[in-house]
Design a protein around this ligand. Structure first.
Ligand SMILES: [Fe+2]
Length: 240
């Protein structure tokens, strides 16, 4: 008599020998690698959601083409690399500025930076900082307006492609900094001013040129209207 258990075992053996061993090994490898493969995160809102500050077409290309390319190239550059399997934050802390790591450095930075960029923006216009972040901004910069002026000046002054940041240093002090290319303040072997970022602005031309052309200052002024200060405040709280 064929019991359900015997039937299952027989079915399993038939299935096992129905597939070439190489195919079974390949499937197991894909499963074992999945935990170290980086993926494009959910945007969380529509491409049109940040209108009129950031236009739909720019959002579509920026997210679907530029950010996706950083993710894909990061995965490719980590194949057979000593940092494969590490968290994104660990990779950023460990990368060096040399030929071997340049692709990992640029694409890990591109992935991390854009992850934060999408999260600190909000549909429907920005809010204002509150609570302990508001207190910290006033303590460091004197007022929110003074912080805002300094942040805009930093972002406007980035030569070529790069980013401006508001970060927290090892003494829990806020600081504004800028980085070139896809560098960021977590890259302690690469940048001078290191800390944990809580706010960023992308000033690569791909972030604004379709709508603003060469008017970076107009883009920055409108970007400020779309900052999600609730998320920035949570970023700050998570560091303290
Ligand atoms: Fe970008």
């Amino acid at each position: 008599m064929v019991t359900p258990t015997r039937f299952f075992n027989l079915f399993f053996l038939i299935m096992l020998f129905s597939f070439p061993q190489s195919e079974i090994n390949a499937q197991m490898m894909v499963q074992s690698q999945s935990s170290s493969v980086f993926t494009l995160p959910e945007l969380g809102y529509e491409f049109s959601a940040l209108e009129p500050y950031i236009d739909t077409e720019t959002m579509k290309i920026h997210y679907s083409k530029h950010h996706k390319a950083y993710v894909d190239k990061l995965n490719t550059s980590l194949e057979n690399h000593k940092l494969k399997g590490k968290s994104l934050e660990t990779i950023l802390e460990m990368v060096m500025e040399n030929d071997e790591d340049m692709s990992v450095l640029n694409n890990a930075g591109g992935h991390y930076n854009h992850n934060m960029f999408w999260k600190i923006l909000t549909p429907g216009g920005g809010t204002q900082p509150s609570g302990s972040l508001e207190d910290a901004i006033i303590k460091k910069f004197g007022s929110f307006d003074e912080f805002s002026t300094k942040f805009v000046k930093a972002a406007t002054g980035v030569f070529g492609s790069g980013w401006a940041w508001l970060s927290v240093d090892k003494n829990n002090e806020l600081f504004i900094s800028t980085t070139k290319n896809q560098d960021n303040p977590l890259m302690k072997n690469v940048v001078k001013m290191t800390g944990t970022p809580i706010l960023c602005i992308d000033v690569w031309e791909h972030a604004y040129y379709l709508k603003y052309q060469n008017k970076r200052a107009d883009y920055i002024a409108n970007f400020k209207q779309a900052i999600n200060w609730d998320v920035v405040s949570k970023n700050y709280e998570s560091i303290k």
